[in-house]
Each structure stands twice: as C-alpha cells, then as structure tokens.
Unconditional design. Structure first.
Length: 401
C-alpha cells in the first residue's frame, strides 16, 4: 500500500500562533484569514466551524486562554490525487483498525469530517470539472448537457466552469464541495423551485464505493459492480456510507427574465401584503443576473466562517400559510426563536420540488419537502473561548416546537 508521498502530518490551523508567537508573520496571516472560507478549505486541519476542532475535554488550538492541543484534528491525512490513494488509505485503516474521516472543505456542521486519532482522507486538491454537451445516462435516453465533477471541486468552481452558457442546481455556499456531503445528503438550492428537486435529483450518475466493500458505479439504470482500479480516478468527499467516485449532474440553459421572476413572486408579495399583522416587509429588490455565478458575485460575495456556530432548521408547510390557526402557531414559534437567535427564511421549496412524484424511487428526500414552502434556519454564535456545550447552549433548543 503506497500513497506516493501523499501522507501528510496535520496540525490545527492555529498552531503557528503558539509555536512562533502572535506577532509572527505566519500568525498574522492566520488571524487575517481566519474567517475566510476559501483559506479554511485549503487547510487540512481546519473545519469551517472551528468548534468541531475541539475535543470532548475542551482541548483545541484556537482558544487563546488555553495551550495549543491537537483536539479533534486528525494527526495524519492522505492528500488524495488519484483513486488509488483512497483505496490504499482504506486498506491501511481496515488492516490496523483506524478510524477514517473524509473531508473536502470542512462544511460538515455536525463535525463528522474530523475526529481525534483518525486518518483523514482529504479531497480538497482533487479537482476536475468537465462540461459534456451531449451526455446519455441510460441506453435509450435522450442526450442532455451535463457536468462531471470530482471530489475537490466546490460549487463556486462549478458555477464558474459552466457559466455563462449553463446553470446547475447547487448550493449557495461556494466553498461547499459539489459532489460531497451536499449531494450525498440531498442538499437544497435556490434553483430548486424552478429547476427541480434539490441536490439529489439532477445527478445522472454516481460512481461510488461503500467503505468496506467493492466499488460500484450507479445510475438510474442499474447498479454496476466493478473493481476499484477500473473506475475512473475521480472521488468525492463528504463521507456518509460511501465515498463517491465522480458525479455527472444535469445542467441547463438559462431562459428566465426579470419580469418572469417578478411575476413568480407576486402571489407571495400579495399574500404578505394582505396579512400585515403577520408579515412586515422592510424592503424588496429584484435585479438581473446572467448566471448563478453572476448572482453570487453580486449578492452573495462573503460566506464568512471561522466562528463557533450552531444551527437548526424547520420546514414550514403550505398549510401554515393558508390555515389561520397553523399560521398563528408558526408565527408564535418563529417569533420566539427570533428573540433568542438569528432566524432566516429561505425560499428553496415549493414549485418543482412540490410537483415531484412522491412515489419515485429516484430520490431519498424527506417527504416533508413536498409540502414545504419555506425553510426556516436559525442559529447563534459565540467567541473562540467558548466550549462546544456553550456554543450549543447559544441556540438551543428550548423553542423548537
């Protein structure tokens, strides 16, 4: 088993501030980039939420009130460049009974892509994006444009690669891996109501390997067992029950207009205006964007991370808007949450999501999405000297009813 020199020692990203001093150039650079999600993605030891780098005893390397410790940061990682690296890492871990974690950019908000004493399979540098004008997923299907994405590619890179001609249903945070946990977990998109069912539906093909079994590539046609060396050298991070080995995802040509967008939201605006006691609209704005990439460049330029954060969410069904009793319950619950934590509503349900065939076996998305019109997220933060327990206490979850 060899990874050709790609086994690396991993330290918490704050280590130079302790070993070289807080005024050292290395530490100054770290502090300056601490909330930069692109910088954090490029550090093998960093999570986007640093609280998950802290172990159960409170040891970490970002709390200035304590000495630097490894915490939950894996001591070693395989910096993947080809699929053989993954096979070798898994074989070694199985042989010596070593825990394995998988990470691309560190956006896993439950901390599952980092662990003390584990071997990290780090996908960040494994990037390849190919636009295919005429892709046929199954025999007899018509050809569609698609994008083939490997494990290190992030959504921002995919948006830029398919623009300006094409768009793709993907995540809002541009540093989230495009074929990792977002896709494996059924991530949602601002494009879902217009273009189809959340992150899983546009996927035309997975190649994947369960962590302890032979390799497969999977599409809507059938499951194809094969041997790992025969699979293309492409792999996705994220890590649930298997490693993905490439995704082919459908892309589309933009054909929307600003008037059409305004018309699509007019019923919502009229409904909110007719219920002034339940809704207060402080401002609204429409603007054109040639692509999802342009939209991000205009409106969603930040995506800052690096602050201890805890989040939760609830799906608000259509009945909570149309039934006065349910609406009152929803308003009371959301108002109570807003008094304690930051609350945000995302229009990522309804439309094509609600219209999807509930009996279909092509997606494992929770049925609650079919009835939802609003995804309410809530969360809170604290400073870098707080513990995991204190971070969780910022939000939770007394008002979750």
């Amino acid at each position: 088993m060899s990874v050709k020199g790609r086994l690396i020692s991993v330290q918490p990203e704050g280590t130079p501030c302790y070993t070289e001093g807080p005024t050292s150039p290395a530490c100054v650079a770290i502090v300056g980039n601490w909330t930069n999600p692109y910088w954090r993605s490029a550090q093998p030891g960093a999570m986007q939420d640093p609280i998950w780098e802290e172990d159960d005893e409170g040891n970490s390397c970002f709390n200035s009130m304590q000495p630097c410790a490894q915490g939950r940061v894996p001591p070693y990682a395989v910096a993947v460049q080809e699929v053989a690296d993954i096979s070798s890492a898994l074989s070694f871990a199985i042989q010596y009974n070593i825990r394995v974690v998988i990470k691309t950019s560190g956006h896993e908000l439950q901390g599952r892509s980092t662990a003390a004493g584990a071997l990290l399979i780090w996908m960040y540098n494994y990037k390849d994006i190919q636009v295919i004008e005429n892709y046929i997923a199954c025999s007899g299907d018509r050809s569609v444009p698609a994008v083939n994405v490997t494990g290190g590619a992030a959504w921002g890179e995919v948006y830029a690669a398919v623009a300006p001609k094409y768009g793709v249903v993907g995540g809002s945070a541009r540093t989230v891996a495009a074929c990792g946990g977002y896709t494996l977990g059924g991530g949602h998109s601002y494009m879902s109501p217009a273009r189809g069912d959340r992150g899983t539906m546009p996927v035309l093909l997975f190649s994947a390997t369960p962590l302890l079994f032979p390799c497969y590539w999977m599409d809507f046609c059938q499951l194809h067992p094969t041997s790992c060396p025969l699979i293309k050298p492409e792999a996705c991070g994220g890590g649930y029950f298997f490693l993905g080995m490439s995704t082919f995802t459908a892309i589309f040509v933009y054909n929307g207009t600003l008037p059409a967008a305004q018309a699509s939201l007019l019923p919502l605006q009229e409904f909110m205006a007719s219920n002034p006691t339940d809704f207060l609209v402080s401002a609204s704005q429409f603007f054109p964007a040639a692509s999802m990439n342009d939209w991000h460049n205009i409106i969603d330029t930040g995506d800052p991370t690096g602050t201890p954060l805890t989040v939760g969410s609830r799906l608000v069904p259509l009945s909570a808007c149309t039934d006065s009793a349910q609406r009152a319950i929803a308003v009371t619950a959301i108002t109570a949450l807003a008094a304690q934590v930051t609350v945000e509503g995302n229009l990522v349900a309804g439309g094509a999501v609600a219209a999807f065939d509930r009996a279909s076996t092509h997606t494992s998305v929770t049925p609650a999405w079919r009835d939802a019109v609003w995804h309410v997220t809530f969360g809170g933060t604290c400073n870098l000297t707080c513990s995991i327990d204190e971070t969780l206490a910022v939000c939770f979850m007394k008002s979750l009813t």
